[in-house]
Design a protein around this ligand. Structure first.
Ligand code: PLP
Length: 427
């Protein structure tokens, strides 16, 4: 993903090139902002300023350590660990959320074997879940999600006919929603299949205690610029078992542990001191940023109420991570019509997880179950613009477009059809 800094003027959409499908991309390139109005992006990142990062960069100049568990990475790990209330050695930083996921899979489940070639991924997630599993040698196996949790259901998987072939199961905290980690630990004990949780967007659910860390199941978090807590590219593994967390750390560093002998499956997934500098500055400003997100979420709720739109159709923090505002539409046709309308009004909206992993070219042949919930859910959850710097007036603009589109749809439905019998047949 390419992240977009606040782009003044009308050229925002041209820079918004990301992992979208080619058709979605051409759609986006036609987008514009109405005269005199800034085009709003689906997410407007705001990371620490140069001034906020500078003191940390000076520490790098002094220490002349640039990677390999330098002082800033160690400090970041310690500060995160105490803010999550975890034991010493529970936090392992990584170069991205995907690298954290790969390291956690390698350390916990190991790489794929001939007997257990599959990594079970929810079909409704960001594609990184499956990409991470592939990097560990697994064939992603796409399972449907549950209507309530928006991710895998342990009870359904426990009875799966291919259970014996599963090497790892990767439930996802969809949109950063809290999931029941203890229940997944129980699934792991009952089935013998290792579980690694893709909690990429769930830093707030963990920090607020809505989701607990468990020594039996590692969590992978992302610090990508488009996540609530960001440092550009980065992430971490949360694993409150220091010996196992050390194995994840080893996996991020070529399998080295105390010597230059590679002793395990590995990658170079280490966080650099430069990224740690940004993450430390982000941590310094974290409570202020969260307050800003909270204000934006409340502005959305107020605007929905004022427009007479149903509150249950809007999901904001704390129900999802702060970087998302999700509008639940009746169905995919309604959501797509709304996306076209917002686009014309200079408001970018996004189906954050696309329409299911099975629709990506690279995963078209991945073995999978029937995916009815993924198919309906993925089309109805539309991401609205969010950002810690989003103004109430901009939020009101987004909601006004939604309201207008609803009224338009209702009016179109009210247009009477001519009675067919009264229309003369063509000669
Ligand atoms: C963001 C995200 C990732 C990937 O994190 P990166 O830091 O971009 O590698 C993985 N899974 C989910 C569900 C995500 O939202």
């Amino acid at each position: 993903m390419v992240d977009d800094p606040d782009v003044p003027g009308d050229f925002g959409p041209l820079r918004m090139i990301d992992a979208a499908a080619p058709d979605a991309l051409s759609h986006r390139l036609t987008a514009f902002a109405p005269k005199g109005r800034r085009r709003l992006l689906a997410y407007e990142p705001r990371l620490p300023t140069t001034d906020a990062v500078a003191p940390y960069l000076r520490q790098i100049d002094q220490a002349r350590m640039y990677s390999n568990q330098g002082p800033l990475v160690r400090s970041l790990q310690t500060r995160l660990q105490s803010s999550f209330g975890l034991v010493d050695g529970s936090v392992v930083t990584a170069s991205s959320g995907t690298a954290a996921l790969v390291a956690a899979i390698m350390a916990h489940a190991g790489t794929a074997t001939a007997e257990r070639p599959y990594a079970v991924c929810p079909a409704y997630t960001f594609v990184a879940t499956a990409a991470g599993a592939s990097q560990c040698g697994y064939q992603p196996y796409l399972a449907d999600v549950c209507e309530e949790s928006w991710t895998l259901d342990p009870d359904r998987l426990a009875d799966h006919p291919l259970l014996e072939r599963f090497g790892v199961v990767i439930p996802v905290s969809a949109y950063g929603r809290a999931i029941d980690v203890a229940r997944w630990a129980q699934f792991q004990r009952d089935t013998g299949v290792k579980v690694v949780i893709d909690a990429a967007a769930a830093i707030e659910a963990v920090a607020d205690g809505a989701m607990t860390c468990d020594a039996r199941v590692p969590l992978a978090l992302s610090f990508h610029a488009t996540k609530a807590f960001g440092c550009g590219e980065g992430g971490c593994v949360l694993w409150p078992d220091p010996a196992l967390a050390a194995k994840a750390s080893q996996a991020t560093n070529f399998g080295f542990m105390g010597s230059r002998n590679s002793q395990s499956a590995s990658l170079n997934g280490k966080m650099s001191e430069y990224h740690a500098a940004v993450a430390l500055a982000e941590l310094d400003g974290w409570s202020a940023k969260r307050a800003d997100f909270g204000r934006a979420a409340r502005a959305y709720q107020a605007a929905f109420a004022q427009a007479g739109l149903p509150a249950e159709d809007l999901l904001t923090t704390p129900h999802v991570a702060s970087n998302y505002v999700i509008h639940r539409c009746t169905d995919a046709a309604t959501a797509e019509a709304l996306q076209s309308a917002t686009d014309l009004a200079g408001v970018e909206t996004r189906f954050w997880y696309g329409r299911g992993l099975h629709l990506h070219d690279h995963l078209a042949d991945a073995p999978r179950d029937a995916l009815p919930v993924t198919e309906s859910l993925s089309g109805s959850l539309l991401g609205l613009p969010m950002g810690s710097g989003l103004a109430s007036a901009e939020i009101a603009r987004v909601v006004a477009v939604i309201k207008t589109e609803r009224l338009r749809t209702a009016a179109v439905e009210d247009v009477p059809f001519p009675d067919c019998a009264s229309v003369p047949a063509t000669a």
